[in-house]
Ligand binder design. Structure first.
Ligand code: SF4
Ligand code: SF4
Length: 82
């Protein structure tokens, strides 16, 4: 999963581009739900939130490192639940 850091300026451009609706407005900055973020694997060649963020404040989440196969498996699980 990816994680938004404190440099976030709450511009809201990332929220609508996430294919998994993993991004929401948090108490102070926008936040990514690690259970829903697949790093856009299976949807796009690059993380869409990173592509649109004007301040480059989205990094790998150190608490949720995942391999590409793990991310794909997560995507399949999410698709089955939806
Ligand atoms: Fe959503 Fe993709 Fe960003 Fe994860 S990397 S929060 S799935 S847009
Ligand atoms: Fe924050 Fe970047 Fe999302 Fe804008 S695009 S709300 S600065 S994480």
């Amino acid at each position: 999963a990816l994680k938004i850091n404190e440099l976030c300026v709450n511009c809201d451009v990332c929220e609508p581009v996430c294919p998994n609706r993993a991004i929401t407005q948090g108490e102070t900055i926008y936040v990514i739900d690690p259970a829903l973020c697949t790093e856009c694997v299976g949807h796009f060649d690059e993380p869409q939130c990173v592509a649109v963020c004007p301040v480059e404040c989205i990094d790998p989440d150190p608490d949720h490192p995942e391999s590409e196969p793990q991310l794909l498996a997560k995507l399949r699980r999410l698709q089955q639940e939806s």
